[in-house]
Design a protein around this ligand. Structure first.
Ligand code: ADP
Ligand code: MG
Length: 396
């Protein structure tokens, strides 16, 4: 999606006031009637209606008269609110080029006042890769209670909370800087996704490190669930950073073992194919591995049952960042429901994975598709961050 940040510059205080009013109205309205927007924004002399026209022109809101006449935020509108808030907080001051297109996110460089470059991840749940769209649409027909903006906000909060907690436990992850709405600000990883790396000095060492991460995560009670060559970054010194945490689950999840095995299998498969490593992967032989061997040949596949797992990480540490067990339950409904299944059938075999990555446009779904998928249940506590009273003042 194009993020025309210039437009941000031309938006007035009133524009943001009305945009925020739409967001507030979306707490309990799928489509927010213009009168309600007007009442919340409180602009004089019918100013709200003029502003709404301008927001519509800039595609920050969408006019919807399918059920009754009203407006809702687009992803772009949501982007602008998050960016504006973070800029006001002094987290960064400029948005730069796009550096990544994930399956369900856009990543941009942002610059702080002192010139430090950070990474901004805008979550876009509901966007799926092109070939999966039909399946996803069919899937959505049978599911009508999810709101993608709400889930994107949850995904961002979850990612931020995990990044912070994992970093504090010494895992190689980007530094979590801040989070607002569906947006996470983190340190910029120097390096490339493993999928782009054709050669390594020490493939077996990298392999072991990466496999060791899966094991160490499980020891902390966690499974990544999307641990693959797209979500492992590697720098010139072959140091590894793992990214992308919205889909992580606890080892007590009912499908934990399957997710764990799948993460392990992804790594074996990739290293076998790309670096010709013939890791011993028959599960039935050695069933234990301390991770101490340096020869790949002597590495056996870690098994879920052989790991001593601690629990409670999810509840205690993550709640500290505002991510609660209830949030986790909400987001798991989505993950269990479809995202994963469709993704995995989508990413393997028929199309080379790196080709998919290099063709970002393929991954883009027009905004309309996302928003058509926006079905709402009567979700209260829906879009706003907790301090919604402050939200309007924030924009003064
Ligand atoms: P998604 O959840 O959509 O898969 P990711 O978090 O995996 O999103 O990010 C998508 C891509 O953006 C990554 O493959 C990587 O190339 C790039 N990226 C993500 N985070 C960073 C970061 N902190 N620093 C540099 N590049 C990043
Ligand atoms: Mg990813």
């Amino acid at each position: 999606m194009k993020l025309d940040v210039d437009a941000l510059r031309y938006l007035s205080k009133d524009d943001f006031r009305v945009l925020t009013a739409v967001e507030m109205g979306m707490r309990n309205h799928e489509i927010v009637p213009a009168e309600l927007v007007d009442r919340i924004a409180g602009l004089k002399h019918g100013g709200t209606y003029k502003v709404l026209k301008n927001l519509l022109k800039n595609k920050l809101v969408h006019h919807d008269s399918s059920k009754y006449d009203g407006f809702r935020l687009t992803y772009l509108g949501y982007d602008f609110l998050a960016i504006k808030t973070l800029v006001n907080r002094g987290v960064f001051s400029a948005v730069g080029r796009q550096i990544g297109v994930g399956k369900e996110s856009d990543i941009f460089e942002v610059a702080t006042e002192d010139g430090t470059i950070l990474a901004m991840k805008l979550h876009r749940l509901g966007r799926v890769s092109f070939r999966a769209v039909k399946a996803k649409r069919d899937y959505l027909l049978h599911r009508n209670s999810y709101n993608w903006l709400y889930l994107s906000r949850l995904a961002a909060l979850k990612e931020y909370a995990f990044m912070k907690a994992l970093g504090e436990h010494g895992f190689p992850v980007p530094t979590a800087v801040d989070c607002n709405r569906h947006c996470v600000i983190m340190s910029l990883v120097k390096g490339y996704p493993l999928v782009q790396v054709k050669q390594l000095q020490n493939p077996d060492e990298v392999f072991e490190t990466v496999l060791g991460l899966i094991v160490r995560l499980a020891e902390h009670g966690l499974i990544h669930c999307d641990f693959n060559e797209f979500n492992i970054m590697i720098d010139d010194n072959e140091e590894v950073t793992m990214i992308d945490f919205p889909q992580m689950v606890s080892v007590s999840h009912r499908n934990a073992e399957m997710y764990f095995d799948r993460d392990v299998e992804c790594i074996f498969k990739f290293f076998r194919k790309r670096f010709n490593l013939s890791g011993q992967d028959d599960e039935d032989e050695d069933d234990n591995d301390d991770g101490s061997e340096s020869e790949l040949e002597s590495n056996s596949r870690p098994t879920f049952s052989s790991i001593t797992k601690s629990s409670g990480f999810l509840d205690k540490e993550l709640a500290a960042s505002g991510f609660t067990r209830r949030d986790q339950d909400d987001i798991e409904k989505y993950i269990d429901g479809g995202g994963e299944e469709i993704d995995s059938s989508d990413s393997n075999d028929e199309v080379p994975a790196d080709q998919e990555e290099q063709d970002p446009d393929e991954n883009h779904i027009p905004l309309a598709v996302n928003m058509n998928a926006l079905h709402l249940a009567d979700q209260h506590n829906f879009l706003m961050h907790s301090n919604d009273k402050d939200a309007l003042e924030e924009l003064q």
